[in-house]
Design a binder for this molecule. Structure first.
Ligand code: 2HG
Ligand code: ZN
Length: 455
């Protein structure tokens, strides 16, 4: 990169990394499926530095990939074409919580766990939680509109967003971080930048709404004989349990893999098959009685394990949260994070293994996810990283079922080819018009989200 000296002037020599060993962690995505070639990583320490970096890159038409915690799962934050990586993790301040207004302003590089902690210290909570909470950042979760474990209760990241500060493609800074609950003044840039995957601007700060804490929690792990029963139960729990905080789902094969990989005892020693729901209730008072009553009212429950203390609860959560890591031990997966109408969840789960098997008979399919939201994480191991025939067949099935090719991870590099399955031609034309308006030179994360234009 010919402007390395310029970048060094802006952020200092310690914050321009070029050595392959030093940049390796910024070039490879979390799944191990996507790895970029040698490049430069720039780590600004302030919004002004980030703006100066973007301005310098704009002047030389150098493409930039903004990056937070690099925990994304669709290859959206790695420099696959040798782009400069703009790492925001040094921007990690969190301002004092606005306790009266129930909001907080945090830098893009602050970890989600740090925001949760700051909120809790002030008697509030942050509505977003996800397994990668210690690494995933405010900016990255906004850029991808991350979902996670609390969407059911508090909505996705977009629903938490009050204001934003961002650097535009020409280096200008737009700031709107109002300490307001209501603010209805035209185009809402936070909403637009949320889910834009670094293609429209670089997020440097955000104003986030907080939620009342629900410190009393109970969880139950339920085993059902069939996915149909589990899916029906998820719907019934939403109606019947006001304190419902999460309904997560996995299958026997995934549970067995997690237990084997992490040497955990099986929750129900004798069970060899089933569909599992991990149900959590959270409230300002102990929700155990309501949870127990709601579980008792369900049909088709074959086994139950209840956790009332935090230690046992964490043990139950491990069966669910360790899926991603356990699957990575098998080999780099193809990750197909999809959503279907809740009524079609069981059908999807039933049909996916056959679709995969017909194309790749030796591949393994792992299904788990957020049951009450109709969000299934279809992971397939044993496929060549570049062989996307399975991805194609599964996405088409999902589209036929009225679903979406991305529920919460975004489009990134991995799915942009299939955006037309999720969006109409007119919508994609509108996307392209927005991209041209915000980034006419096309330097911001140029290889994600939008499919290549046919020439
Ligand atoms: C989860 O729900 C994450 O655990 C990761 O969204 C999903 O690894 C996956 O496919
Ligand atoms: Zn998920």
């Amino acid at each position: 990169v010919n402007d390395r000296a310029r970048l060094t002037e802006i952020v200092g020599p310690a914050n321009v990394l070029a050595d392959d060993d030093m940049t390796a962690g910024y070039r490879q995505d979390w799944t191990g499926r996507f790895l970029g070639p040698s490049t430069v990583v720039v780590r600004p320490g302030t919004t002004d530095e980030a703006a100066a970096v973007i301005k310098a890159c704009a002047e030389t038409s150098t493409p930039v990939v903004p990056q937070g915690g690099n925990t994304g799962l669709v290859g959206g934050s790695v420099p696959l074409s040798g782009e400069v990586v703009l790492s925001l993790t040094r921007l990690n301040r969190i301002e004092p919580v606005d306790a009266a207004g129930g909001q907080v302003t945090a830098d893009a590089g602050a970890a989600i766990a740090a925001v949760q902690h700051a909120a809790a210290q002030a008697g509030w909570a942050y509505g977003v939680d996800l397994a990668s909470r210690d690494s995933a950042t405010v900016g990255g979760t906004i850029a991808t509109n991350a979902g996670g474990l609390r969407v059911l209760r508090y909505g996705d990241t977009r629903a938490q967003l009050v204001g934003i500060e961002a650097v535009l493609a020409n280096g200008d800074i737009v700031t709107s971080l109002p300490a307001l609950f209501r603010n209805n003044t035209g185009y809402h840039l936070p909403s637009l930048l949320c889910g834009s995957e670094g293609t429209l601007a670089v997020i440097t700060k955000a104003r986030l709404r907080l939620v009342p804490p629900a410190p009393h929690k109970s969880a139950a792990l339920l085993r059902f004989a069939t996915t149909d029963d589990a899916a029906a139960a998820a719907g019934q729990l939403r109606r019947g349990l006001a304190s419902l905080a999460a309904v997560e789902f996995f299958l026997q094969a995934g549970l067995d893999l997690v237990c084997e990989t992490f040497a955990l005892a099986h929750p129900f020693a004798a069970a060899t098959e089933g569909a599992y729901l991990l149900v959590e209730a959270a409230s300002d008072r102990d929700p155990i009685e309501h949870l127990a009553a709601a579980v008792n009212a369900l049909d088709g429950v074959a086994d139950v394990a209840v956790a009332t203390d935090s230690h046992t609860r964490a043990a139950l959560w491990r069966y669910r949260e360790l899926h991603t890591e356990s699957i990575n031990h098998v080999g780099p997966p193809h990750k197909l994070d999809v959503a279907v109408p809740v009524a079609a969840l069981a059908e999807l789960v039933a049909r996916v293994p056959g679709v995969v098997h017909a194309i790749a008979p030796t591949a393994k399919t792992w299904l788990f996810g957020h049951a009450a939201d109709g969000n299934v994480h279809i992971n397939v191991t044993g496929l060549d990283p570049d062989d996307d025939r399975v991805d194609d067949a599964v996405f088409r099935l999902v589209a036929d079922l009225g679903g979406s090719i991305s529920a919460e991870h975004g489009i990134g590099t991995a799915k942009r080819r299939w955006l037309p399955l999720a969006r109409t031609p007119a919508e994609i034309a509108a996307f392209r018009a927005l991209k041209r308006a915000f980034d006419p030179a096309g330097i911001l994360n140029p290889h994600v989200l939008l499919p290549d234009e046919r020439r």
